[in-house]
Design a protein around this ligand. Structure first.
Ligand SMILES: Cc1ncc(COP(=O)(O)O)c(C=O)c1O
Length: 418
């Protein structure tokens, strides 16, 4: 599995199209459209002047700011060069033999687990239930969960976008507590939602959490909420029992001086952080309504964060993404190769309303062109692929219809899922 599994490939797209990156409109990476804060920009510029010095190590001001934002004690926070580094460090520290991943979800959990030799059991939620796990489903999965040393869940989930059902999350934590499995809850997108901060796992300790408090690890990507994907900062909240063993395993100077200064400044911009959930929610609801109105969009999945996942009426996500890129300079995340999703699915970030309107207009144009061409999304060779000449290649073979027959239901063990 490679980093090809991610969006945000502005440099690559700009090079391929022979245009500057800032002429592209990027809906493929899910970062805060309100940022970066002017304070972040100013702090980053100042810190460039300190590039000749090693970064602060340990980065105490940033740890203090992150702990304050997350509402947790400072000594329990580990900082990373992005949240992704902390996923890998967690697996490297725990060295689990067996890992359960609740999918479809962010692919780095499986990549980290496999990189450290774990056996991975990926359990996919049903498409018919909008890829959400219910409490009953989790109870039924108890034997598989209990067989794991480490269980990954993402809340809200990427790429589908919705919050976990609270009953299902509780049930999962309880089952794992009883079985002695560690639960890794990735809340990287929670600060974009209207349940932030009260709905955070660590803010609302429930009876399930009380049972499991020494076994729950929570991850946040400050990269996303502070809009600094080129600089990167992640924060991991460890249970007391893991702090002493984990901290010495974090490499020195892993957060560079510009990222440290920028993130501290961003976390001080409380007004922007507090404005984010309502601004994102308003923009997302409007964008979802616009997307639902497009003929050729079969479904927009329920969502709570700063991105939307949609099912197209035809399995042509790669072609549609390619055409948006070439003809409109718009980048979206094609989920054709995303384990548990497939060629009907696209994910788009929620941006400011004018940008979202541009996306909706462009997508409507691309899909109506495809419909007029009689495009079915299935190339003649049976594979979904972008045509070399940038045109949809199969015409008139099948009628256009919303096809819900392909489901990523089932649970699958190891191998193909990430
Ligand atoms: C759910 C989730 N967790 C973690 C990360 C990694 O965040 P960062 O960019 O801070 O490494 C991502 C990035 O896309 C993500 O989607």
């Amino acid at each position: 599995m490679s980093t090809d599994m991610h969006g945000g490939k502005i440099r690559e797209a700009a090079t391929a199209l022979g245009i500057p990156g800032d002429e592209l409109l990027d809906f493929s990476a899910n970062v805060n459209f309100l940022g970066p804060s002017p304070r972040v920009m100013a702090a980053a510029r100042r810190a460039v002047g300190e590039m000749g010095w090693y970064p602060l190590d340990p980065p105490d001001p940033l740890r203090r700011a992150a702990a304050g934002f997350l509402g947790v004690p400072e000594h329990r926070v580990a900082l990373g060069n992005g949240a992704s580094e902390l996923i890998f460090l967690t697996v490297a520290h725990l060295r689990p033999r067996r890992v359960v991943v609740l999918g479809p979800t962010f692919t780095e959990y499986e990549r980290a687990a496999r990189a450290w030799g774990a056996e991975v059991d990926t359990i996919f939620a049903l498409e018919e239930r909008d890829f959400a796990f219910s409490e009953e489903h989790i109870e039924a999965l108890a034997p598989r969960l209990a067989a794991a040393d480490l269980v990954f869940l993402c809340d809200p989930n990427n790429p589908t976008g919705d919050l976990w059902d609270r009953g299902a999350r509780e049930a999962l934590i309880s089952i794992c507590a009883r079985a002695g499995a560690t639960v890794f809850v990735d809340e990287s997108f929670l600060a974009f939602t209207e349940v932030w901060p009260a709905g955070a796992t660590l803010r609302r300790p429930t009876s399930a959490f009380a049972e499991a408090s020494e076994q729950v690890i929570v991850l946040h990507s400050l990269t996303k909420i502070l809009t600094m994907p080129g600089l990167r900062v992640g924060a991991l909240v460890l249970p007391e029992a893991l702090v002493d063993g984990f901290m010495p395993r974090v490499p020195p100077w892993n957060v560079n001086c510009i990222a440290q200064a920028a993130a501290v400044a961003g976390l001080e911009d409380v007004e922007l952080l507090e404005r984010t959930p309502a601004a994102v929610t308003g923009a997302r609801i409007a964008a979802a309504a616009g997307l639902r109105g497009i003929s050729g969009v079969a479904k927009v999945l329920p969502a709570a964060a700063d991105f939307l996942c949609m099912r197209l009426g035809v399995p042509g996500a790669r072609e549609v993404a390619g055409r948006l890129r070439r003809e409109h300079g718009i980048l979206v995340r094609d989920l054709s190769d995303f384990p548990g999703m497939g060629p009907h699915f696209l994910r788009v970030a929620v941006r400011e309303p004018a940008d979202n309107d541009r996306l909706i207009e462009a997508l409507a144009e691309v899909l109506s062109g495809a419909l007029a061409d009689g495009f079915t999304g299935a190339p003649a060779d049976g594979r979904s692929g972008e045509c070399a000449d940038g045109r949809f290649r199969e015409r008139g073979a099948r009628p256009i219809m919303a096809d819900f027959s392909v489901s990523s239901d089932c649970s699958s063990s190891g191998g193909n899922a990430s």
